[in-house]
Design a binder for this molecule. Structure first.
Ligand SMILES: [Zn+2]
Length: 382
């Protein structure tokens, strides 16, 4: 990135913070804050503010490219070292990031780039985390959750309920292990496995917890296609056979009978398939963030210095489905700017396509100019 545009960007960020309303998190006075510069996302930490006005004044006076805050509440949030802060509890936080996912588009673009497929996929994983785990398995409700776009390539889900605040690092780790499916004993899900001349009994789609998830997910793949079954590691010939007999198999699994077609070594077969699914559904969460109660995470509604987008709060789970960060998280709309751009990828912002550009001078809305500039794909033409 060419640095001569940075003072202008900081001016824009300053203007944004002058006008921002919803910037102070719940219990601002109990949080630790950290700020980034253009080189590191958290360059200074152990800051605290008495409330919204103090925080806002600071952000206007020292506009930072990145703002983070603690998921934790402290008696003395500016205290140091950490032990001096007086920990009072932490929200439970989940961090989903495209770079942790294996996506087909990663074969056509570098992992540092974010395309529409990346953004859609990480959004779907976030919905899955909430709808398949946090709500049914942990009993959280929509109102206990806060969902934020990270400002670049992911989402953060915060759980704020009294009974999670005091969970220690061990308990938080247990939660991530459950979600990651670590330690699932597939033999518990298939109690008759290994017993001769009995039908293989397994989980029903209506079961709670992992069993139900595995049954539901398998039925989805089964009814989808031979390809979808092959993605589970089933060889083509067998996948084709299962697909042809899908109606019969589904009928069986709905009643907990996984023995409707002849499969050699059936118990091992289904155990392997179940295990693969557990991993597929759950390896998308940065576990280090969840288990660390003193982690600093992007402040909702702050500006992200790598995109110029807002780390936007999503109003509710119902709104997440239609949330489009490249439209709904745009911070700066009012002007056009001329850039000299060189980008092999296109971006779609606010419904309009920009690029690819081959060393081209072009005038675009300021949000697109900022995005390209901050990603190192353009310089401003003043
Ligand atoms: Zn992509």
């Amino acid at each position: 990135m060419n640095r001569e545009g940075l003072p202008m960007v900081l001016n824009l960020i300053k203007e944004y913070y002058k006008g921002v309303e919803d910037i102070a998190p719940r219990k601002t006075e109990s949080r630790e804050f950290g700020f980034g510069n253009w080189d590191v996302k958290i360059a200074y930490r152990h800051f605290s503010f008495s409330g919204k006005e103090a925080l806002k004044n600071y952000l206007v006076a020292n506009p930072p490219p990145y703002v983070s805050y603690s998921a934790a509440y402290y008696k003395e949030p500016a205290g140091r070292p950490m032990e001096a802060k007086g920990w009072e509890g932490s929200e439970l936080v989940f961090d989903l990031d495209v770079t942790d996912m294996n996506l087909s588009c990663h074969l056509v673009h570098e992992k540092s780039w974010v395309c529409d497929n990346c953004l859609e996929s990480v959004k779907q994983e976030t919905i899955k985390l909430i709808e398949d785990f946090l709500i049914p398995d942990f009993g959280f409700s929509d109102k206990d959750l806060e969902i934020n776009f990270s400002g670049n390539r992911g989402y953060h889900v915060h759980v704020n309920r009294d009974d999670v605040l005091k969970l220690d690092s061990y308990a938080r780790n247990q939660i991530t292990e459950y979600i990651a499916g670590t330690g699932i004993e597939v033999s518990d899900l298939f109690p008759t496995s290994g017993k001769k001349s009995t039908a293989l009994i397994g989980p029903k789609p209506t079961d709670a917890g992992w069993g139900g998830k595995i049954a539901r997910n398998f039925l989805k793949k089964l009814n989808d296609s031979t390809d979808a079954l092959a993605e589970l590691g089933i060889d083509r010939t067998m996948a084709k056979r299962l697909y042809e007999k899908r109606a019969l198999i589904e009928m069986g699994i709905n009643r907990g009978n996984w023995d409707m077609v002849y499969i050699k070594n059936k118990a091992e077969f289904w155990q392997k398939i179940s295990h693969v699914q557990a991993i597929m559904q759950s390896d998308k969460i940065d576990r280090n963030v969840t288990k660390d109660p003193s982690h600093l995470i992007r402040l909702p509604n702050s500006i992200h210095g790598e995109t110029g987008l807002i780390a936007k709060k999503v109003k509710s789970l119902a709104d997440l489905g239609s949330f489009d960060p490249m439209k709904d998280a745009i911070a700066f709309r009012k002007r056009q700017m001329t850039v000299f751009a060189n980008s092999k990828y296109r971006i779609i912002m606010n419904g309009q396509q920009f690029g690819p550009y081959k060393e081209k001078e072009t005038t675009v809305p300021i949000y697109a100019a900022l995005y390209l500039y901050l990603k190192g794909l353009a310089r401003f033409v003043f």
